[in-house]
Design a protein around this ligand. Sequence first.
Ligand code: ZN
Length: 503
Amino acid sequence: MKTWRQEVERAADLPSLAEGLRSGQVPGVYGASVQFLDGQLLFLVRDQLEKLLVIVTKGANTPFAAESKTTMGQFTVHMAQLTSQNAKVLRSVVPWTAPQAFGREGISMGLGDRLGLASPGHIKAIRHTRVRPVLAQQSMRELDLTQRTYQDVLDAATWAVFQEGYQAGYGADGDHLKKVEHIQAALDLGFSMITLDCSEHIDDEVAHLADSEVERRYGELPGDLRGLFAELYRERRYELSDGAFVDMGDVQFHRMVLTYYRTLDFIAMVYETVIARQARPIDFENSIDEVATPTSPQDHFFVASELRRRGVEVTSLAPRFCGSFEKGIDYVGDHQQFEEEFGLHTKIARHFGYRLSIHSGSDKFSIFPAIGKHASSSGYHIKTAGTNWLEAVRVIASQEPALYRMMHRKALDTVDQARAFYKVRLNIGAVPSLDSLSDAELPGLLDHDHARQLLHITYGFILADPVLGERVFAVLRSHEDVYERYLVAHIGRHLRALGIETE
Ligand code: ZN
């Protein structure tokens, strides 16, 4: 087998060199990455655990900042590191390596990549389906816990689509942002989607108030607002575009207004000051899901109708569905109620012209068929977050059991702190004892609900550990193919349960 350097030395011209490199037979070359750009040939190579961009020219200069420049055969070969600067150049000269908005139709999947290593596997999982991937998707909390920046996240996605030669377009989501300055920063970098977290402007307390207190508080709202809301919503029956009905109550209507009216002002403010001012299309998702109060179809209708009245253009909206959507495990709740309400939520979203978004959607296998059944035709967005981390842990459990054991112990040591960030039903007593398991049994822990939650919520502590963090990355880089295989299998299970054809 020839090395890529030998291929370059012996090539007659760039097209035949490209053909040879794409064959998949040249060690260290990512065959799918081979691209022509203005008479230059670009491709990614792997040198031990590091990846480099190679640019082959016939003497021409390259827009990339290269570390070295050598002559091989009749060509000049520039070697460039995968820096942020070079990622930016790549996004400007190869348009499909920059994120793009997906709009109000179709199925998209949020495939956040916490480690910056999962996107190639995610792309392989969806590339022959109708699903459009949002490859960069991180919240501020995730950035803090992984000590990454939005720049890092975007650059990792950029190099991943280039590596895979994935030209169908990907999204980048500034996920669960609460502050205008964070939203602006993500958009300035080129993010294509903003998920606005409205939780701090939704009043969870209202659900627990006595009727008399609800009436008292409602009476304190400005009179003109009460008049307007009463006229628009009180005891009204709304017919949706496809014939379904939403019935607004009376007292329940007051609770609804008190719970959500502040969030409407917040969403409108963010829309007007940032989103609407962008020169390019932005996917604007409103998340009202990170609260205790489930979003009833009436609540959803009220919020959607008010946003339309205020001229806010929404691409997707994430209600807080009934039941619980915990990290790393299946849906817990009343499946029949979920399906009934989900069906109505879908119709409301369609009525107002946006897509429904399902958060914490990883591993919710038991409700995927209902989601597929009701929302396939109108489209939806589903976010999977921690899945890629747990699959990374599975790689380590199968390839480096000693490291896995250290991670597991770290998780047990830090789980009480981690619980502050996540609401989970995790029972530590139900996690099998590490000492009772052989190395071969360790990967099986990743199929155990309590162990999954333990490892899921403590990821920040594991990665922040100076010894563990580095070793985790080294193992995943050296077993890139195993990690991809696991991700393809795991995301594939999601796709099949959602009824999406995977060829
Ligand atoms: Zn959410």
